[in-house]
Write a protein that binds this ligand. Structure first.
Ligand SMILES: [Zn+2]
Length: 271
């Protein structure tokens, strides 16, 4: 229960604004926060609002056929339809969903758009520029991958176990006949960014490649002879002579195409 004669703490502190009533033209006072008040009393407001028309909600309903015609035959966008009918975009979207009308794909929409010749040229230039930039970046990255010796050695190391059983077999031959070659298939020696299997240790620029014939077919998609030719050509470019020896798999064991004596003779020919 409020005490009689109690004075509110903010009495007289609030600013009061003098206004006149819109209906009865009587002056009245309002506090500042209600400065938009137009009537002196509720009864005046009733008098004012009685004769006024209420806000009407316009109900528009399109049939499925009408909407389909606008969208697919007249090729209007959903935004355009909304503008034309006088509803919001979301209403049109809801109708489309309700009537299960398919919508245009991005490419179909893009075809409907008509750019001027200048705009098209501009867009083309922008696309070309970005494509070139991306291409340059990609090539730079590839070049780094294929020319950085550290990266190549690392990759070869992780690629597979080295030496392979075939390489081990060849190492045995080298040891047995005391040939001046050493194993380097683990990426320790790179000639023109490519890694041969064996290199000569007595100073001659000779390297040896060993390959199982089936590997060429499966991994390179080319014949072993083709692979050998490319390999020899590559090392030749850098001033190296390359010998290629093929092997094949027989009963889960590798066997060289040439016999041991033939291999040794071929190597001794060069060194
Ligand atoms: Zn009034």
């Amino acid at each position: 229960m409020p005490f009689k004669g109690r004075v509110p703490w903010n009495k007289g502190l609030r600013k009061r604004i003098k206004k006149t009533c819109m209906v009865c033209n009587r002056p009245f006072e309002v506090i500042e926060s209600r400065k938009n008040q137009r009537f002196c009393s509720l009864s005046c407001w009733y008098k004012y609002s009685r004769g006024k028309p209420r806000i009407k909600i316009r109900k528009v309903n399109l049939t499925k056929e009408q909407l389909y015609d606008l969208y697919w035959n007249k090729k209007l966008s959903m935004y355009d339809i909304a503008k034309k009918i006088g509803v919001v975009y979301n209403a049109v979207r809801q109708w489309m969903l309700k009537y299960n009308i398919p919508r245009r794909t991005y490419s179909e929409t893009a075809k409907l758009r008509h750019f001027s010749k200048e705009t098209r040229e501009k867009l083309r230039k922008i696309a070309l520029k970005s494509w070139k930039n991306n291409r340059a970046r990609r090539l730079k990255h590839l070049e780094k991958l294929h020319t950085n010796e550290e990266i190549i050695a690392k990759r070869l190391k992780s690629l597979r176990k080295r030496p392979t059983s075939l390489e081990k077999k060849f190492m045995e031959i080298i040891e047995k006949h005391n040939l001046p070659f050493k194993y380097c298939g683990d990426g320790s020696v790179l000639i023109g960014y490519k890694n041969p299997d064996f290199v000569c240790t007595n100073g001659a620029k000779v390297c040896i490649e060993i390959r199982a014939r089936n590997i060429c077919r499966v991994f390179q998609g080319e014949s072993p002879e083709e692979w050998a030719r490319k390999r020899i050509e590559h090392f030749k470019k850098w001033g190296w002579k390359c010998l290629v020896f093929f092997a094949y798999r027989e009963h889960s064991k590798f066997r060289f195409v040439l016999s041991e004596d033939e291999i040794v003779a071929k190597i001794k020919e060069v060194v």
